[in-house]
Design a protein around this ligand. Structure first.
Ligand code: PEP
Ligand code: MG
Length: 585
């Protein structure tokens, strides 16, 4: 049966492939293809894991104290029975043999299939057996993890040549931003989640991967089944399940068209980004990991406008990266950019980018009541002064290898500014004392809290440059959680209050002669290119994949004419309509 679902379009393009359902708790399971020659070894890994778990369960049963309730022994029997179930074993083997999934992937794929079947059972007792299957799968996953290194990874693309011919798309209830990272360069060509907003960090990482994605599709992970054919329309926010051949053909056509369009835009890569009336516009890249610098350069970025360093702090299992590890990561990014500026933002941990539970526990960071308004970004850094100075030293040391700029997220209070600058002075002193080289770095503030936007005159005194984080500026101006799909329709970059704040910050920077950039998602959204130019913005920072399309708009823009018409948007009650009508004239 074909179904159509709607969500929020967060990463453009069309993906067509078979669904791989992943439970939120298991998104960190490795997904890769195994070589045909290692299929047998992979099946052996499953057998060994099963035997290990069987031994564990039998030992548990044997050692049960006499007074233990007899349900416990019965439960262990159920688990042992499931473990030895031939149909389960055959199904897992099938995923490995016919699709070349690695053992962990095959096991979790089959667990999902069974979990669905249990969910649909009428009988409540049987329905509850789903938990047993999941517990057995968890034990096997743990046994697989202990079993030593898995078979060598096969690169996603090459894998298709030996069996996994069908492209795959990922379907999950939710994916944490940190878990998204492991999908970079993975086998998936698109993804859908039930929850999430357009500028949630999960969506942001999807855009950085440049694969079509839809979030906030509510029931997707319940309605889609393992192996269903899916079309993910990342431009319209539509997901089609098991489409008819005619619909499939139509989307394949659109897929080809959008590939042609990309190839055409890619040819603009080396064209300087200058408006029709000769205004130069700086196009910078947003990156999450040092390795992303390569795609920044390939897209023609003239620097990195935002390096979100918090991704280095995620999934650490209780241990944060030390100064040297951070320094190596920053140095790699800086060296890769070959003398072009790299803007390194101090960690923005918190809100929808939490530390993993173990690390948070080690640091005694309790769960915040309202994480978006809690200990986030610079507030978090200032609450961990030693860790903060360590990061500052690592960033400063990287400045000896290229042009580094330091960016501070979520600034709002004078006391934060003062404490940040003091920490920086101290970090510099520590490096000087130990004879470690560093260069002068410019220090910038993210303008992403309305309080900061409204107090620019004070901030202008202390900072060398500014970067407007529109994702948070919208969230905090409109009191709309950027990651919550229930209020996503109210998350409106066109809101007059938002536009007024952005325009005022750009104007304040300009009149003081201090650079202002926008590094929130609005910078990479072509719907806003002309409007931001009209506001006087001459520096945009975005995911590398968005750069060519924005450049095309800039090449076709007349900045002077746009500036004259800015009032059409700023003074209007319906800025979007007025502005679009002006552009069409
Ligand atoms: C922003 O808020 O716009 C921004 C760029 O920072 P982040 O998305 O990482 O919060
Ligand atoms: Mg932000």
């Amino acid at each position: 049966m074909s179904i159509q679902m709607f969500g929020l379009p967060v990463s453009r393009g069309v993906a067509i492939g078979r669904a791989v359902l992943v439970a939120s708790s298991r998104v960190d399971v490795a997904h890769y293809y195994v070589e045909p020659s290692t299929v047998e070894a992979e099946i052996d890994r499953i057998r060994n894991a099963r035997d290990t778990v069987a031994a564990e369960l039998s030992a548990l049963k044997r050692d049960l104290p006499a007074e233990a309730p007899h349900e416990l022994a019965a439960l262990l029997d159920v688990h042992l029975m499931l473990l030895h179930d031939a149909t389960l074993a055959d199904a897992i083997k099938h995923w490995i043999e016919s699709r070349h999934y690695n053992a962990e992937w095959a096991l979790s794929a089959q667990t999902e299939v069974l979990a669905r079947q249990f969910d649909e059972m009428e009988d409540e007792y049987l329905r509850e057996r789903k938990a047993d299957i999941e517990q057995v799968a968890e034990r096997m996953l743990r046994a697989l993890a202990k079993d030593g290194p898995p078979s060598p990874l096969a690169a996603g693309g090459a894998a298709r040549d030996f069996g996994g011919e069908d492209p795959l798309v990922l379907v999950a209830n939710d994916i944490a931003p940190a878990d998204m990272l492991q999908f970079k360069g993975s086998v998936f060509t698109g993804f859908v989640t039930d929850v999430g907003g357009k500028t949630s960090h999960t969506a942001i990482v999807a855009r950085s991967m440049d694969i079509p994605a839809v979030v906030g599709a509510r029931e997707a992970s319940r309605l889609v089944r393992q192996d269903d054919w899916l079309i993910i329309d990342g431009d319209a926010g539509v997901v089609l399940v098991n489409p008819s051949p005619i619909v499939l053909e139509e989307y394949r056509f659109r897929q080809r068209q959008s590939e042609l369009e990309r190839a055409r835009l890619d040819r603009l890569r080396h064209r300087p980004s200058v408006t029709l009336d000769g205004q130069a516009v700086e196009l910078l890249a947003n990156i999450e990991l040092p390795g992303d610098s390569a795609s920044a350069l390939a897209a023609g970025a003239v620097g990195v406008g935002l390096f979100r360093t918090e991704f280095l702090f995620m999934n650490r299992g209780g241990e944060l990266p030390d100064e040297d590890e951070q320094f190596e990561a920053y140095r790699r990014a800086v060296e890769a950019m070959n003398g072009l500026p790299v803007t390194i933002r101090t960690v923005d941990i918190g809100a929808d980018k939490p530390l993993d539970r173990l690390t948070a526990h080690e640091l005694k960071h309790e769960h915040a009541l309202n994480p978006a308004l809690g200990l986030r970004a610079i507030r978090w850094s200032l609450s961990e002064p030693a860790m903060f100075r360590q990061q500052l030293r690592a960033i400063l040391r990287a400045s000896a290898y290229g042009k580094v700029r330091l960016l501070v997220p979520m600034v709002a209070h004078r006391s934060e500014v003062r404490m940040t600058l003091e920490a920086l002075t101290r970090a510099k002193q520590q490096l000087t004392d130990t004879g470690q080289p560093f260069n002068d770095v410019e220090v910038g503030a993210m303008i992403e809290i309305p309080a900061a936007a409204l107090t620019m005159p004070a901030l202008l005194k202390d900072f060398d440059f500014f970067s407007i984080g529109t994702n948070d500026l919208i969230q905090y101006t409109l009191a709309i959680d950027r990651a919550d799909e229930a209020v996503a329709h109210l998350y409106d970059p066109w809101h007059p209050a938002v536009l007024r704040l952005i325009a005022d910050v750009i104007a304040a920077g300009r009149s003081a002669g201090k650079p202002v950039s926008v590094c929130g998602e609005m910078a990479g959204d072509t719907e806003f290119t002309e409007l931001l130019l009209a506001m006087g913005l001459r520096s945009f920072s975005m995911h590398p994949a968005q750069l060519p399309a924005v450049k095309q708009r800039i090449l076709r823009a007349d900045a002077a004419r746009l500036e004259q018409n800015l009032g059409t948007a700023l003074d209007s009650e319906q800025p979007a309509q007025g502005w679009r009508a002006m552009l069409d004239r």
